[in-house]
Design a protein around this ligand. Structure first.
Ligand code: TYD
Ligand code: MG
Length: 459
């Protein structure tokens, strides 16, 4: 029996649906999140009777619950295992998100190679053809008789394949392409994504099968689909980086089985992704010698210190208003730092164009990188290089004060490991330092003090 086609409005944040459009979602209060979805007639005789077997469960006293150690499957990609908290937990649902072309499919196909060692792996692709997958697998030298690939988008057929293969790991690339014919909404819509994820979650939990979902991100960088998707899964790993640079960062945004402080660093090659054994050295490779406008800083990516090179370039403005761009540092933060440099240290930057860049496609969102931006811009303005063996870190306040940051000792240790000899850091951090090794630490309370320390040897 064919139903009548109708339209509903679904909130992309919380999944609330309503028959009429509203500017503000009545459930979560967000504005402009209601999107139109066409409800298509449901195909009869389809999925309902063929859902995976439902096992009724009973409430149980917590003292009676067996707390066996969770079984973890290694992907043999040490950085991926580390972000997962020590491997893929059996029966978990993991979402890997990232921009198109960043390398999500490559990463997961590479992970399949060793996941096959634990049992059959089903790789469902709704985006690529089987021959495309084969070509990629050939390039990555992946071939295993227990790796099954399946180009399908209908959840029904996926359940049949799962029944047949009984995989220990299922990869769905991507959740936005999968649809449940029982749910009356178009593929990729909020309701479809939510319903499919819910079924997959229930399956993962009841059958101890690990499921990895690939999720697209939208223009704003959020995961396309309802926020509830993030609530449903056990872990959300975001794959980030600049597509034009070879480095990629895998960051845990949520992890029920590990820390969200972990970051994995990969490099994309001709033959796929490889883990970067010494990320700080990689980030600093090719650093210009004795060039003005370059400054090294130490940031903490999760619990791990990482060195990065911040570059600044100031040139006299050719037109009336000064041009400013910033890559790798939040634009507003960069503008704030330029204003502080002008007001508190007397650098007349208003008639200069200013460009700020972090090398290697890294995004530094930690305030500890502030001082490096200030020093890099000052170095370009003064046309004085920061000595090669000097690094800086610290948060810069609106009065030009340098405020303390956490993990000073870890940052110093990483700088010392990479052969730096001098570090300018917040004065307030000096007491926290356990051992500074061979590195000379200079505490600065204001940006004037930091500028003096950075450039004195050249003045
Ligand atoms: P892909 O995994 O398809 O990205 P996503 O699934 O996130 O959309 O990877 C896309 C890019 O990676 C593509 O532009 C080509 C590049 N790439 C390599 O450089 N080397 C390789 O070995 C592979 C497989 C891909
Ligand atoms: Mg892909």
């Amino acid at each position: 029996m064919a139903g009548k086609r109708k339209v509903v409005y679904v909130c992309s944040e919380c999944g609330f649906d309503s028959p009429k459009w509203q500017g503000k979602c009545p459930a979560c209060g967000n504005w402009n999140t209601m999107t139109e979805e066409t409800v298509v007639p449901v195909k009869q005789d389809s999925f309902a009777s063929r859902t995976f077997p439902h096992t009724a469960s009973q409430p149980i006293a917590i003292s009676q619950v067996e707390s066996g150690l969770e079984q973890r499957l290694s992907t043999r990609l040490s950085e991926l295992d580390r972000v997962l908290g020590g491997g893929l937990v059996e029966g978990s649902l993991v979402l890997v998100s990232g921009e198109p072309g960043i390398g999500k499919s490559t990463l997961l196909l590479q992970a399949c190679a060793s996941l096959c060692g634990h049992g059959p792996v089903l790789y469902v692709t709704g985006e690529e053809s089987l021959s495309q997958i084969k070509m990629r697998a050939k390039r990555l030298h992946i071939s295993h008789e227990r790796l099954y690939v399946f180009a399908e988008t209908e959840l029904d057929s996926i359940w049949s394949a799962i029944e047949k293969i009984s995989p220990s790991v299922v990869i769905i690339d991507s959740i936005q392409t999968i649809y449940n014919p029982q749910t009356a909404a178009t593929p990729g819509s909020v309701s479809q994504v939510r319903e499919c994820t819910l079924s997959l979650m229930q399956y993962a939990k009841t059958h101890a099968v690990s499921i990895i979902l690939v999720g697209h991100v939208n223009k704003d960088g959020g995961i396309a689909g309802p926020k509830v998707l993030e609530h449903m899964v056990d872990a959300v790993l975001n794959f980030e980086g600049d597509r034009h640079s070879s480095y990629r960062l895998l960051r845990a945004i949520k992890n029920r089985f590990g820390s969200t402080n972990e970051v994995g660093i990969f490099e994309m090659h001709e033959t796929g992704l490889s883990v970067v054994p010494n990320p700080s050295a990689a980030m600093l490779s090719g650093r210009p010698e004795n060039a003005s406008g370059s400054c090294v800083t130490a940031v903490l990516e999760g619990t791990r210190p990482l060195l990065a090179e911040v570059q600044g370039l100031v040139t006299k403005s050719a037109y009336g208003s000064a041009r400013r761009t910033s890559a790798g540092i939040d634009y507003n933060r960069a503008m704030l730092l330029l204003a502080i440099l002008e007001k508190r240290a007397g650098f007349m930057l208003s008639s200069y164009d200013a460009y700020i860049n972090v090398v290697g496609g890294l995004s530094l969102d930690e305030p500890a990188a502030d001082l490096a931006v200030v020093i890099a811009i000052a170095s370009s303005y003064l046309e004085k290089p920061v000595p090669q063996n000097v690094a800086v870190f610290g948060e810069v306040g609106l009065s030009g004060e340098i405020r303390s940051v956490s993990g000073a000792s870890q940052r110093i240790a990483e700088l010392a490991r990479l052969g730096f000899q001098k570090c300018i850091l917040p004065k307030a951090c000096m007491n926290d330092l356990s051992s500074t090794g061979a590195i000379q630490c200079i505490g600065a309370a204001t940006i004037q003090e930091a500028l003096k320390a950075a450039f004195e040897s050249l003045s």
